[in-house]
Design a protein around this ligand. Structure first.
Ligand code: C5P
Length: 228
C-alpha cells in the first residue's frame, strides 16, 4: 500500500531550550530530522515526503546528509505558526486526493517499519488509524497543586505518530477546524472532533518524541540499541 507522509518540521522546540530548532540537534552525529527522513525515505511504500519548514531554515534542510533518492522524494512547503497549520500547508500541496496520508512528527526518529505496517494494514478497513502505547504511570488531574481526580488508567493510552488518514477525512477535518477556530495537538483530535472514528494500533515505547533535554539521553540509548 503506497502512502505520502507529511512531516511537520517547522517548530521552534521551546521545551528543549536549545535556542534553535530541536530537529537540528544531533543523536550520535546525525541530526534528528535526518534520522526521521531516512525511515520514510528508505520505505518503498512511501512515494512522497512533504516537509513543512521555516523559510529561514531552508539551507539547513538542503544540507542534510541524505542520498539523492531520498532528497528526490521530498517536497518542501512553508511551515505555519502552529503544528496544525504546518500540516495543513502540507496537505494542500498534495495533488492526488485519493492518497493515503500519514502525518509524523519530525521529532520522532525511532518509528519502525513494524509500526508503519500495523497502521497500513488497519487502514484497509478504516479511514483514520493512530498508534499508541498503554500508559505506565498513574494519571491524576491536578489543579493549583491539588489532585482533583485520579483517572482510570486501564483506558488511557499515550498517543504517538504516525497517524494515518484518507486524504478526504483529514482535509475535511482540517478545513472545519480552521472555520471554527479549533486547535488540536495532533491530527486525530481534529478528526475525532469532526465526528469520525479513529482506530488505534499498538505503537512502540521507543517511538519517543524528543522534546526535552532528558529525552536526548534516552534517544542516544535507543539509537545505540537499534544499531546493535
Ligand atoms: O513541539 P512539538 O514537539 O509538539 O512539535 C511536534 C512537531 O511539529 C515537530 O516536528 C515540530 O517541528 C512540528 N511543528 C511545526 N510547526 C510548528 C510547530 C511545530 O511543523 N509551528
Amino acid at each position: 500500500m503506497q502512502y505520502k507522509v507529511i512531516i511537520p518540521a517547522a517548530g521552534s522546540g521551546s521545551r528543549m531550550g536549545a535556542g534553535f530548532n530541536k530537529l537540528f540537534l544531533k543523536i550520535m552525529n546525525s541530526p534528528i530530522i535526518e534520522l526521521t527522513l531516512k525511515v520514510f525515505g528508505e520505505d518503498e511504500r512511501c512515494n512522497e515526503i512533504i516537509l513543512p519548514i521555516k523559510e529561514s531554515e531552508q539551507h539547513f534542510f538542503h544540507s542534510l546528509n541524505l542520498p539523492s533518492f531520498i532528497q528526490n522524494k521530498i517536497t518542501y512547503v512553508k511551515g505555519g505558526s502552529e503544528r496544525q497549520e504546518s500540516v495543513f500547508n502540507g496537505l494542500v500541496s498534495i495533488k492526488d486526493t485519493e492518497s493515503l496520508i500519514l502525518v509524523h512528527d519530525g521529532a520522532r526518529p525511532f518509528v519502525t517499519n513494524e509500526v508503519i505496517e500495523r497502521i497500513l494494514v488497519k487502514m484497509n478497513e478504516h479511514e483514520a488509524v493512530i498508534c499508541a502505547v498503554p500508559m505506565k504511570d498513574t494519571i491524576k488531574k491536578v489543579i493549583d497543586g491539588v489532585v482533583v481526580e485520579t483517572i482510570d488508567r486501564s483506558t488511557l493510552w499515550g498517543i504517538q505518530t504516525p497517524q494515518a488518514f484518507t486524504y478526504k477525512c483529514l482535509m475535511e477535518a482540517h478545513q472545519k477546524a480552521i472555520e471554527n477556530g479549533f486547535l488540536g495537538t495532533d491530527d486525530a483530535s481534529l478528526v475525532e472532533w469532526n465526528g469520525s472514528k479513529v482506530s488505534v494500533v499498538n505503537g512502540d515505547y521507543n517511538n519517543i518524541k524528543v522534546t526535552t533535554k532528558e529525552d536526548l539521553f534516552f534517544a542516544e540509548t535507543i539509537y545505540e540499541q537499534y544499531r546493535s
